[in-house]
Design a protein around this ligand. Structure first.
Ligand SMILES: Cc1cc2nc3c(=O)[nH]c(=O)nc-3n(C[C@H](O)[C@H](O)[C@H](O)COP(=O)(O)O)c2cc1C
Length: 192
């Protein structure tokens, strides 16, 4: 598949078939992630793969507990419950951490903020590589930040102390969503 074709055809997929995703396929997606450019080649990423019924059940439990806790503390959880339902049926979820990132609720110096902006862009590039290679392999993906509604619970369950940046749900698609609207170039670009 040509790269432009993959970019144009990719959709956020929220329904997956039960067909398992083999380890080799997951590794092909991860191999694309680590080819992404990163600021000063810092490669500020760590990927944790969750697969299999037992682990998925534990993951959803941690996610739901986190959402309940976040709500109880008066914070918005938005679409997190809906996203948890997607994760429940995705054969694979890949969590992406920045090992040296500072937790969101600790104060950041200006230097740390800039460093994190660089790292987060690098991680975004890695995730987009994953999505496009997955598309090429016939897989569907969902890029997920709703995991932040269960930030501490998921990090603790996964045994990761870095900054939880995102997760990617992965599986063979059971839906073919229409393209979501995009603001036209004329609205978002200014030639100066
Ligand atoms: C950084 C980021 C975070 C996202 N988080 C979520 C999420 O937590 N739950 C969800 O259902 N979709 C999530 N999405 C998917 C977006 O809703 C989706 O990309 C957007 O609506 C455009 O649709 P498309 O991906 O099909 O083009 C996220 C996308 C990005 C890039």
């Amino acid at each position: 598949m040509e790269i432009q074709e993959a970019i144009a055809a990719r959709r956020s997929v929220r329904k997956f078939t039960d067909r398992p995703v083999g380890e080799e396929t997951v590794n092909a997606v991860l191999a694309a992630a680590i080819l992404a450019p990163s600021g000063k080649n810092r490669q500020p990423w760590r990927f944790v793969v969750v697969a299999g019924d037992e682990k998925r059940t534990q993951m959803i439990r941690a996610m739901r507990e986190g959402i309940t806790d976040t709500k109880a503390r008066g914070m918005e959880t938005g679409s997190a419950i809906m996203t948890a339902r997607v994760m429940q049926h995705a054969p694979v979820t890949i969590f992406v951490f920045n090992p040296e990132g500072v937790h969101p609720w600790t104060s950041h110096s200006v230097g740390q903020t800039f460093l994190e902006m660089v790292d987060t862009q690098s991680i975004g590039a890695a995730i987009q590589n994953m999505l496009l290679v997955a598309q090429d392999l016939g897989l569907g993906t969902l890029w997920i930040c709703d995991v932040w509604s269960a930030y501490q619970q998921l990090s603790a369950w996964l045994g990761e102390s870095g900054q939880l940046v995102a997760a990617v749900a992965l599986g063979y698609p059971a839906e073919n969503p229409d393209a979501r609207p995009r603001r036209p170039l004329s609205e978002v670009v200014r030639w100066f």
